[in-house]
Ligand binder design. Structure first.
Ligand SMILES: [Zn+2]
Length: 457
């Protein structure tokens, strides 16, 4: 065992111990064959119901074989149609109806969609559940809450994380192209998300929770170190991303906040979800959107850092800070659609600081900038390096790759600020009065955001 492995094992033990819902993680090659033993240890002799789709059916069959080898009662698997299954309310109801006809414990066999559907359906049926993950595609397996489309918009419903998680590395390493790249990008997003938490902590907006921070951040660079290996399905590289995503979920379970996993980069993604963005007829994966959001966030950090060399004007920033009415006018202009406008009004108002609070924060920033800049610098990768890593993993690296035009991304910076009260680099830029100058800088110098790099990849 290397020292990294020892630290990882310790981190995992601590993370599982403090997770509220998940008691067991089996993450290894051939883990599906351990499902029966794992299920028995969690649920005794309760019957099991495997829920899969026709693409994860092989893994579903292996799960059932493992259960039967332990003489565990299993029902006929419930198989959804992979071409039509969608993380929406109708499918939650379908699964809930199936669960109503049995007292079996559901085992979700699949990736994000199947896990989210079963998570919410199980919760609404008053039952725990277990998941066998078939791809390292996002950090939602072990997170509380399910992301489901209801009433035309994607929403996160609070519900417990799985009681047990099986992650078979042979299955995950062979996942269809793009799925593990998505997970890699969702993991890489913890880099700018961490910087946002550092800033929020520094300005007294949201203190860092040390255990959750350590769970996600201590080994992050090690886990991200081989993006090409993830693309090529190398077991060790895939293992690192898988464990990292599971750990992030545990951190969210124990801290009861997604702050440790999500910052401004996720707000870009949520914005595009709320705008029902599709590219080539499909919504780009969560990871691909947050990967592009991460690049946008890092570009903003870098532009701010350059602008800060020339210092910022506390009185000027305080004077141009919008009052409630001016903020509402800006929201009116940015959000033509009523539903989004409503969310923006509520979220943005919740964080609209008074001019006095703003002055205090700006003074704190002015005085503490060298220290804060050093901490941010240590946290982030340079934009070009981050972009290179995403490219190596097989994830999109230009906004155009997910169908977002540069001009739309520029507007998204201003919109993403308003749709969530969470304090991020977008707030840092707004409060210092440097958002527009920073965007000017980004759009005059960055070939990737300008779209001039098209065709290069
Ligand atoms: Zn995410």
């Amino acid at each position: 065992m290397t020292s990294d492995d020892v630290t990882e094992a310790k981190l995992l033990e601590a993370a599982l111990h403090s997770a509220r819902d998940t008691q067991l993680l089996v993450l290894e090659r051939g883990a599906l064959r351990e499902t029966g033993v794992a299920f028995e240890s969690l649920f005794g002799s309760a019957p099991a119901l495997v829920i899969a789709d026709d693409r994860t059916l092989t893994a579903g069959r292996e799960t059932i074989d493992s259960l039967r080898a332990r003489r565990q009662l299993t029902e006929e698997p419930y198989i959804l149609d992979a071409n039509t299954v969608y993380a929406d309310h109708d499918h939650v109801e379908l699964i809930r109806n199936r669960l109503a006809a049995t007292d079996a414990i559901p085992i979700a066999v699949g990736a994000g969609t199947i896990n989210d559907l079963v998570k919410l359906a199980a919760h609404r049926s008053g039952r725990p559940y277990m998941v066998a993950a078939t791809a390292a595609s996002m950090d939602g397996y072990t997170a509380y809450g399910a992301s489901i489309t209801a009433d035309g918009s994607k929403q996160t419903f609070d519900c417990p994380a799985p009681r047990g998680v099986i992650a078979d590395l042979d299955v995950i390493a062979a996942a269809p192209a793009g799925l593990n790249a998505s997970g890699y990008a969702d993991l890489a997003a913890k880099i700018p998300a961490g910087a946002d938490w550092i800033v929020a902590d520094f300005l007294g907006e949201e203190p860092i929770i040390r255990d959750a921070w350590n769970t996600v951040q201590l080994q992050l660079r090690h886990w991200m170190a081989d993006p090409a290996g993830v693309r090529q399905g190398h077991l060790e590289s895939v293992r690192r991303v898988t464990i990292a995503l599971m750990m992030t979920g545990f951190a969210m379970q124990s801290a009861r906040t997604s702050r440790c996993a999500s910052g401004a980069e996720h707000q870009f993604s949520h914005l595009w979800d709320m705008q029902h963005h599709t590219h080539n007829g499909q919504a780009p994966s969560h990871g691909f959107k947050v990967g592009i959001g991460s690049l946008a966030s890092i570009a903003l950090y870098e532009a701010l850092d350059e602008l800060r060399q020339t210092d910022f004007d506390v009185e000027g920033a305080a004077k141009s800070w919008p009052d409630h009415a001016a903020n509402e006018r800006e929201i009116d202009e940015l959000f033509p659609e009523d539903k989004l406008k409503e969310i923006a009004q509520k979220e943005s108002a919740a964080k609209l600081a008074s001019a006095d609070v703003l002055r205090q924060q700006l003074a704190r920033l002015k005085e503490g900038w060298p220290e804060l800049a050093r901490r941010i610098h240590n946290q982030l990768f340079p934009h070009a390096e981050f972009q290179h890593m995403l490219r190596e993993a097989g994830a999109p690296v230009e906004p155009g790759h997910i169908g977002i035009e540069p001009s739309r991304l520029r507007r998204s910076y201003r919109q993403a600020y308003h749709i969530r009260r969470r304090f991020t680099v977008l707030d840092l830029a707004r409060r210092t009065g440097l958002l527009e100058p920073a965007l000017e800088k980004i759009y005059s110098t960055s070939p990737s955001l300008e779209g001039r790099g098209k065709g290069r990849d």
